[in-house]
Design a protein. Structure first.
Length: 131
């Protein structure tokens, strides 16, 4: 089987697909990446208004997330709000690389703290000497 160089990367080739009922025509294999500011993992999704938004790579229980920070993804398109027990969170909401005064909600403060720890760990790994 022939694979393109960007698909293999020395690992198993990535599956690239377009959801058949999605208004988004983005390939779903190309949506993973890292934040430019904190280098934490993100997933890019098309928004219903035509833009794109980076979301955290895993869903969170809606009970921990204030309504203003909840996102849902349907057929590859992100929309504000959530009607399920879990929701997505926009990465800029909790990014430690973006300055903010603080969080009114404890759930977001915990996620922000964990992202900051991940960022510091990645920075230490980059600074450590390589054999």
């Amino acid at each position: 089987m022939n694979t393109a160089p960007w698909d293999s990367g020395g690992r198993t080739p990535k599956a690239m697909r377009i959801h058949p009922h999605s208004p988004s025509k983005s390939l779903r294999g190309d949506n993973a990446g890292r934040c430019l500011y904190c280098h934490n993992l993100i997933r890019w999704y098309d928004r219903a208004d035509g833009g794109r938004i980076p979301l955290l790579p895993k869903q969170c229980p809606t009970s921990r997330v204030p309504a203003r920070a909840r996102w849902s993804v349907d057929s590859g398109v992100a929309r504000p709000g959530s009607v399920e027990d879990t929701c997505w969170i926009a990465h800029p909401t909790i990014c430690p690389g973006i300055e903010r005064d603080g969080f009114a909600d404890a759930g977001l403060a915990d996620l922000h703290r964990q992202s900051a720890i991940n960022m510091q760990t990645a920075m230490r790994r980059e600074d450590s000497p390589r054999p």
